[in-house]
Design a protein around this ligand. Structure first.
Ligand code: 6CS
Ligand code: FE
Length: 299
């Protein structure tokens, strides 16, 4: 097969280095003015790589919360259920849009899909969905990473033209393991050291070690840009850009923190062969069905 040129190499066995971002953050689109986001929100997202919209989808919280026990039951024994690194508590349910009608409907809601289209400047498909459950006391951290780095190396996503939209299903407060972001970090790509092993996903979803920038690099970036914890009430929608550096600490509080997320990728950015040279990850992590998502009228 013809070797693709890799403008965002990572985990190629070389030393870690910074590479400038070559892709837009907000893609030009013909009808951007018709999208749900204001000029001010678009500018905030372009500058910071994320956007928080409080009280945006309060009606979706109950159906999504209700879906969790049924999904647990239905997917028992399957790879879609990922447990905490040091226990048997459920950490993530992958691909809930394929197994639950309410979750599916939520991520077809035009209030979300139209934002994804507006930012990515094209039709979009749903590449990955998941529910992250961070149980009280036992929910463990996620290391610093750029999602794009993993999707590029392990799934073959060519360019930075994807985003994650996620909804808070419980209060996200400073002490229950909220998402940490480094505002503006999406403007640079960190080409990471190391090399991807076969089936890396089997361990990385519980504890990511590859694609995690070094402490020295993080120190410099955090020194200049700072860290922001994303907090809010159930029903808050958060959008984060695929190359934004993010992490989250352990949940040592008595309150669980759960969120439902969906990754939207541009239909003009469909995955090719993974840049690692290894076979692609399973469909439940990177959907093969790249047909544009059809949005549903809000109930
Ligand atoms: O594997 C994924 O697709 C996502 N999950 C983790 C833990 N890291 C990379 C990316 O965000
Ligand atoms: Fe992530």
């Amino acid at each position: 097969m013809l070797q693709q040129t890799d403008i965002y190499p990572s985990r190629t066995g070389s030393k870690e280095r910074l590479i400038p971002r070559l892709d837009p953050v907000v893609y030009p689109s013909v009808d951007r003015a018709d999208g749900p986001l204001s000029k001010k929100q678009l500018q905030f997202y372009a500058d910071n790589g994320y956007l928080v919209i409080p009280d945006y989808l309060p009606d979706q919280v109950e159906p999504l919360r209700r879906a969790i026990p049924a999904l647990k039951q239905r997917l028992r024994g399957r790879e879609e259920l990922v447990v905490e690194p040091d226990g048997e508590e459920l950490r993530t349910v992958f691909n809930p849009t394929a197994f639950d009608d309410d979750v599916d409907a939520c991520f077809r809601d035009p209030r979300i899909v139209d934002i994804a289209r507006q930012l990515l400047g094209s039709d979009v498909y749903r590449m990955q969905s998941r529910i992250n459950i961070k149980p009280a006391f036992k929910g463990r951290a996620f290391n610093w990473h750029s999602d794009f780095e993993t999707w590029h190396v392990e799934d073959g996503m060519p360019r930075m033209r994807a985003l994650t939209a996620w909804i808070m299903l419980s209060e996200n407060h400073p002490c229950n393991g909220p998402l940490y972001v480094i505002p503006g970090s999406h403007k640079q790509y960190i080409s990471c050291a190391g090399e991807t092993g076969l089936n890396n996903y089997k361990t990385s979803l519980r504890n990511q070690t590859l694609g995690v920038p070094s402490a020295e690099t993080l120190k410099d970036i955090i020194k200049s840009r700072g860290i922001r914890a994303i907090t809010g009430q159930p029903g808050t929608l958060v959008i984060h850009e695929c190359n934004l550096l993010h992490a989250s600490p352990d949940n040592l509080s008595a309150d669980p923190r759960s969120i439902a997320m969906c990754v939207y990728n541009s239909v003009e950015n469909c995955p090719q062969a993974p840049f690692s040279g290894l076979p692609p990850r399973p469909d439940f992590l990177s959907a093969r069905d790249t047909r544009p998502v059809e949005s549903l009228a809000a109930a």
